[in-house]
Write a protein that binds this ligand. Structure first.
Ligand code: 3PG
Ligand code: MG
Length: 402
């Protein structure tokens, strides 16, 4: 990946220009209100910069996964309102992302102002990467900026086809995300460690396989560690595991050995009869888990061991929780290790990058999100990057004209 092939609008005269910004406004909404505005907050500086430079900013995004055409439940109106609140400036909202409502909103948009267009996925052409739909979007702008790293794993009209119809640029948030990932995977300060957690080996086969060729130490936690134990014939009691994937686990161990990557598994656990808040949890120090119990978190010795490995590393990549962190007390392993990584980062001894799926929620619960070097706002896109895949939206930007 050559970053220099991604061009930004820095230094470009955008005064009076209609700039279409592909953003990711796919934020959690509950009872018609945005319940977590992290993604919007991260977008603000880029939007404000364009507005300050006199651009007419047209924000486009998907929201949720509408099945067939417009669905009032999945309107972007509430998100647009929240964006306006954060900008301290009302934004214009258009009730369709193409056609008359969109064209009217754009025609009336003054330099320095921001409009949000309705959910792109209300049109089938979006997910079909339809060139005709993309043309109708392109009519609305003079320039295109992709600032939606977290949607760039989708080959959709707004992330791919449109990129080829207007001069196309990478937005600042997208650049930040890509740079953080490159810093841990492409040109890291060594030694490097990755903490990979989560429930299933099967959903992370490609991540694990790719990472053993990239990092020096691979630390595994969460229920997926159980599948590795099964593969080695270790008793895991009632713990969640994937017996069908023991071979995969062995293949990953084998690939790691070939690539001189050290794989580290837990060696003590917090176990309980079932996954339930306040369940009578206890620590087992041996590897063998009694048949009536299940592993729900890593134990204190494992936390100390993992922390020690991280303290001997310069760069850390973190994806996925190490236990059933949503249910107390089974988050302690994840939280404590996250705190240790945060404090190493704070003292300048570690570069830490985290992202993907549940990771942000786990770090938020540990109260350390702001102490990591970088926490990605992306889920699927972050994981696909960790799999070593080129994201279609980024590939399109690299080959686009500016
Ligand atoms: C996300 O929230 O991960 C992105 O916005 C992508 O959404 P999607 O998985 O519905 O494409
Ligand atoms: Mg997703």
């Amino acid at each position: 990946m050559h970053l220099e092939r991604l061009k930004t609008t820095t230094g470009l005269d955008v005064r009076g220009k209609r700039v279409i910004v592909r953003a990711d406004l796919n934020v959690p909404v509950q009872d018609g209100k945005v319940s977590d505005a992290t993604r919007l907050e991260r977008l603000l500086p880029g939007l404000q910069d364009l507005a300050k430079r006199g651009a007419r900013v047209i924000v486009i995004s998907h929201f949720g996964r509408p099945k067939a055409g417009p669905d009032p439940q999945l309107s972007l109106k509430a998100v647009a309102d929240k964006l306006g609140e954060l900008l301290a400036h009302a934004v214009v909202f258009a009730e369709d992302c193409i056609g008359e409502p969109a064209e009217r909103a754009v025609a009336g948009l003054l330099p320095g102002r921001i409009a949000v267009l309705e959910n792109l996925r209300f049109h089938r052409g979006e997910e079909q990467n339809d060139p005709e739909f993309a043309k109708r979007l392109a009519r609305l702008g003079d320039l295109y900026v992709n600032d939606a790293f977290s949607a760039s794993h989708r080959a959709h009209a707004s992330t791919v086809a449109l990129t080829h119809l207007l001069p196309a640029y990478a937005g600042p948030l997208l650049m930040e995300e890509v740079q953080a990932l490159m810093r841990v995977l492409e040109s890291p300060e060594r030694p490097t460690a990755a903490v990979i957690g989560g429930a299933k080996v099967s959903s992370k086969i490609d991540v694990l396989t790719h990472l053993v060729g990239k990092v020096d130490r691979l630390i595994i936690g969460g229920a997926m560690a159980n599948t590795f134990f099964l593969a080695e014939g270790v008793e895991i009691g009632k713990s969640l595991a994937e017996p069908d994937h023991t071979r995969t686990a062995l293949q990953i161990m084998h690939a790691a050995k070939e690539r001189h990557c050290e794989v580290i598994l837990p060696h003590d656990f917090v176990v309980a009869p079932k996954l339930e808040a306040g369940a009578s949890a206890r620590v087992v120090v041996t590897l063998e888990t009694p048949s009536n119990l299940m592993i729900l978190d890593i134990g204190p010795k494992t936390v100390a061991h993992y922390a020690e490995i991280i303290s001997r590393s310069r760069t850390l990549l973190w994806n996925g929780p190490l236990g059933a962190f949503e249910v107390a007390p089974f988050g302690e392993g994840t939280f404590e290790l996250a705190r240790r990584a945060a404090s190493l980062t704070k003292s300048g001894r570690l570069i830490s990058v985290a992202g993907g799926g549940d990771t942000l929620a786990a770090l938020n619960a540990a109260g350390v999100t702001n102490l990591f070097s970088y926490v990605s706002t992306a889920g699927g896109a972050f994981l696909e990057w960790l799999e070593g895949r080129e994201l279609p939206g980024i590939a399109a930007l690299k080959s686009a004209r500016t």
